[in-house]
Design a binder for this molecule. Structure first.
Ligand SMILES: Cc1cc2nc3c(=O)[nH]c(=O)nc-3n(C[C@H](O)[C@H](O)[C@H](O)COP(=O)(O)OP(=O)(O)OC[C@H]3O[C@@H](n4cnc5c(N)ncnc54)[C@H](O)[C@@H]3O)c2cc1C
Length: 433
């Protein structure tokens, strides 16, 4: 049997059931298709840091595969076009891939299932639980986080699978080098891509620094690495398996201490899990302004306001610093994301989807369920039982950046801009000279 493994958000060798299924094949072709995000909200392409993190992750995966006599073929193009072509060229009998929750990705899978009947096998995706483990059917998935958490938090999480001992050889093919990214990691927040870096960070946050034991107190820090785990980039592209992270938390609790903070890190993984399953169930409505409830919002669109928010050049210094941190590093803390999103939605009165699309382009931890789910939550069209959040930006700055150190560090204090810009050329009357 000739198998093709289509890597998506599962860029690792261990705890990867779809890849493990290839160990019985006679040959294995490993493929990754570079994402070409659909043009959406006037934005195209990946931000430089997101592109950089992805390429580093792929490079590490390629080296890991090569060490086992395998290789990784990285191509551009849509799965609907490229995969049938590869099937034909290499006489593939079976395609394995890991499940993804997003509506557009599922649409591509449905197309391939029709085009290549019985070839495609879908395995567990980036979730903690298997769907059969959930104590409710997906149609009855709770609308809000708390009832979801209460129902699932005591479920057993199966242990992560070990890395396979060997893989079948690749077919003879051309495996080109992966072009290096133009950007490099920001020295102030160096987050390199790849499984090894993700595992190092996990070990550092738990067993080396014991930062997990104070996480509940520090998790709202605005700068990464200092307060929260910063594991999201590796979790998002699957360089780290969420089951591995959960089991390391449990190990830490057995070997060191189990307290409110250690529980809280697991609690946050349950938020991720909630948004994952909501994305599966909500489908296309995750991208609708009115959300799954069809709740109408009053927004205007002012391109200049949006451009200023994206560039970190608004009248709100803390928001500017956060957006500049995002542009420079590809990451922003959870508190920062809430503040920046609330500003776009409430102060600037813009359509939340533009903010979500910009985050999608820039975040090195972009994850469809967590990104769109959190934006909908804040805009009041998603899972917030309170119907949306409006943060008082002055209070947030006083509480989370009282001395303005973060705002200064990331260049948030900007000269004030005029509110309206009128183009003199359009002004019809000029004074006679
Ligand atoms: C507007 C907005 C957009 C967001 N977009 C994304 C996104 O695209 N990708 C993404 O991974 N997270 C997203 N989040 C959630 C959260 O901000 C990040 O997961 C978190 O900041 C990552 O930092 P960390 O790894 O240090 O988190 P920690 O605080 O250390 O949490 C550990 C892990 O739990 C999960 N987690 C924590 N908070 C949340 C949350 N609110 N929702 C879902 N999962 C959570 C993440 O996997 C995270 O790595 C978004 C939040 C907001 C408000």
């Amino acid at each position: 049997m000739r198998q093709l493994h289509w890597f998506q958000n599962d860029l690792r060798l261990a705890d990867n059931p779809a890849l493990a299924s290839a160990t019985v094949a006679d040959s294995l072709l490993c493929v990754y298709l570079l994402p070409k995000p659909r043009p959406w909200c006037n934005l195209t392409g990946l931000g430089p840091q997101r592109d950089r993190f992805l390429r580093e992750s792929l490079q590490t995966l390629k080296v890991d595969l090569q060490a086992m006599g395998q290789d990784l073929m990285v191509l551009e193009g849509s799965p609907e076009l490229v995969l049938p072509n590869l099937v034909h060229r290499f006489g593939i009998d079976r395609i394995s891939t890991s499940d993804t929750p997003g509506w557009y990705e599922k649409k591509a899978i449905r197309f391939l299932e029709e085009k290549l009947p019985r070839l495609l096998k879908i395995f567990r995706g980036p979730a903690l639980f298997d769907s059969e483990q959930l104590p409710f059917s997906l149609e009855d998935l709770p609308h809000n986080f708390s009832p979801f958490r209460r129902k699932v938090e005591k479920l057993t999480i199966p242990g992560p699978l070990a890395k396979p001992a060997a893989f079948p050889p690749p077919p003879s093919a051309q495996f080109d080098a992966i072009p290096r990214a133009a950007a490099s990691p920001h020295p102030g927040l160096p987050l390199p891509g790849g499984s090894a870096a993700g595992l190092r960070r996990l070990d550092q946050f738990l067993f080396q620094t014991h930062a997990i034991a104070d996480y509940k107190q520090t998790r709202n820090d605005l700068d990464g690495l200092a307060g929260s785990s910063t594991l999201s980039p590796w979790l998002a592209n699957g360089a780290l398996s969420v089951r591995t992270v959960a089991h390391q938390i449990f190990r830490y609790e057995r070997e060191h201490v189990a307290n409110e903070s250690t529980y809280w890190l697991y609690f946050e993984l349950l938020w991720r899990e909630f948004f994952h399953w909501r994305a599966v169930v909500d489908g296309k409505s995750l991208f609708k302004q009115t959300g799954r409830q069809g709740r109408r919002l009053l927004t205007t669109f002012e391109p200049r306001q949006f451009a200023r928010w994206c560039a970190g050049d608004t009248d709100y210094p803390l928001v500017n610093a956060l957006m500049r941190q995002l542009l420079a590093t590809g990451w922003m803390s959870n508190r920062g994301r809430q503040i920046a999103a609330s500003c776009l939605i409430n102060e600037l009165g813009l359509d939340w989807r533009y903010g979500a699309a910009f985050f999608e382009q820039q975040l090195i931890d972009y994850d469809v369920g967590s990104n769109y789910g959190n934006w909908q939550y804040l805009a009041g069209v998603g899972s917030d039982p309170r119907g949306g959040r409006h943060f008082n930006l002055e209070k947030q700055a006083a509480q989370y950046d009282p001395d303005g150190l973060f705002t200064t560090k990331w260049g948030g204090f900007r000269p004030r801009q005029p509110e309206h810009v009128v183009d003199g050329a359009d002004w019809p009357i000029s004074e006679p000279s």
